[in-house]
Design a protein around this ligand. Sequence first.
Ligand SMILES: [Ca+2]
Ligand SMILES: [Ca+2]
Ligand SMILES: [Ca+2]
Ligand SMILES: [Ca+2]
Length: 606
Amino acid sequence: MVIYYFRPRDLEIHMIKEFNIISKITFCLWISFSAGAQDIILRYNQLGYQPADVKSLFLMANQAITEPIKLIRKGGGQAPMLLKAEPVSDGKWGKYPSQYLIQLPNTMEIGTYELHVNDRSIKSIVIGQDIYGPDQEKLMSFMRQQRCGYNPYYDDVCHQGDGRIFYGPVADSTYYDFSGGWHDAGDQLKYLITGSNASARMLMAYEFAGDRFADLTDALGHDLPNGIPDILDEAKWGLDWILKLHPKKDWLIHQIADDRDHRGFKIPSQDNAEYGWGPNSYRTAYFADGKPQGLSKWKSEATGIANLAGRCAAALAKGSVIWSKNNLDQAFAEQCKQAAIEIYQMGKNQEGYQQGNSYGAPYRYNEDSWADDMEWGAAELFKLTGEPQYLQEAINYARIIREDGWMARDTMNHYQKYPFMNMGHFSLFEIAPESVKKELTAWYRMNIETVVKRSKTNAYGAGVPFLWCSNNLIVNFITQVILYEKMTGDRQYHEVMVHHRDWLFGRNPWGTTMFTGIPQNGEYPEDVHLPPTVLLKSTPAGGLIDGPIYVSTYRNLLGLVLHDDDEFAAYQNDIVIYHDDIGDYSTNEPTMDGTADAILMWALLQ
Ligand SMILES: [Ca+2]
Ligand SMILES: [Ca+2]
Ligand SMILES: [Ca+2]
Ligand SMILES: [Ca+2]
């Protein structure tokens, strides 16, 4: 996700609404009672709850609820249950004076239940075992929609002029083929910062739940099964691009294009952005030289390239293991292995970080952590090669980064502590000696406890700082808790994790999920800051949006104009804000990297 200013003149504002009338009628999230004019609003996980889950609902009303609240199983089979509503005293968000927490009983069987207040049905709640499976492939299709080069969503080829190198060991503007990869979000830049992580996360999702991913498409994303789970097709799309960005032993390209991209919404193959060679032509390719970069007024910070190198090595090493072990393509596995070894060595030679570059504005990906990534790369290389040197280096890097990250802080710059959790610690845990395992779990636990502490400041139990891309923080918190549980068997944070999961799926002040098109017939983001929504009047499903942001941050954003009345106006509060509006580039832009992180979370939640 990259900040950019929305330019209303570039848009066809009147064309942006596409309502699914049926879904609106059947799944309207608030019920206004005509008699007594009492508004009772339920916020809950729209995908459903697994039987063993902590099942917490959030109820808001404009008057105190004194009537009995009952839970009735559709189709019978269980006696109606009287529910206890616990009034919320501290940490209320929003104008509704009466707010309640309801815990559903743990005796519920699989089925659909209706919540009744005073014998009026408020909402249906699903208890099911496989509540995530049905929507998983939507996230995969969103990733395909972000592809650069041949894009199956548009059935079109874009950005064939990627790219011409700057800051490299060749003359400026030298051309190499860096086509491929993914567009970052609603814009069409490509970053190795995020692409490396996205590839590695999808490979992890395959490791955890490979048998649950479908094979609906071929490598190019056509609707033709190719015998390979689409999660691996997608991960390979990323690995192929990383290999292209490393065309020679000591070469690594880290970014294609820059904020000259930001000229309003555009179909990728009709990109009117110019980088010096005319519109819709060659784009700038930035060589990772470990030094501050910027071709205009603004310069990034940089002290090395190890953040990029470590993550690339992790992704490539993982890819090598998977392609070799499953006998998918031994030559590809070998190519990934060689590249992983070379790129990791580049990181060792230039420890430090390389950030994203900007051109016309100071906004960029400000990553400044790198030891986490080298730890991850070293651990994966040890698993691939068995070379003890990698294990020792992974431990050394782990002890540099320790518990550092956004969880240990109250705030951070945009993407400063990328990739939002230290995956290196989990990767190293599997192979580390016992004494190191203790350190790794202690660092994870310290992180988790800071979030738990913050979660007690509001009734929703949301413990992340609402920085830009708060949903990425939520997804990574959930991921870290589940990985911590796998490492230790300690489930003391499980309930807090579940509250964060439920936040993503509708148990939040706005009653919306944070994924486009999920669940079908649900309340989900639809007026998103994405080209197909604006230009084709169609919103691809499965994209994770940025998410709610502090009101104080929102008020300082320039050029942000909403295009429609705020359908959530009644539910806004003084702390955090969210709009399902094309104009809100701060909360409602689906991102490639957030969606990739969510694919791993999805696999872990099942
Ligand atoms: Ca496939
Ligand atoms: Ca990092
Ligand atoms: Ca909506
Ligand atoms: Ca809207």
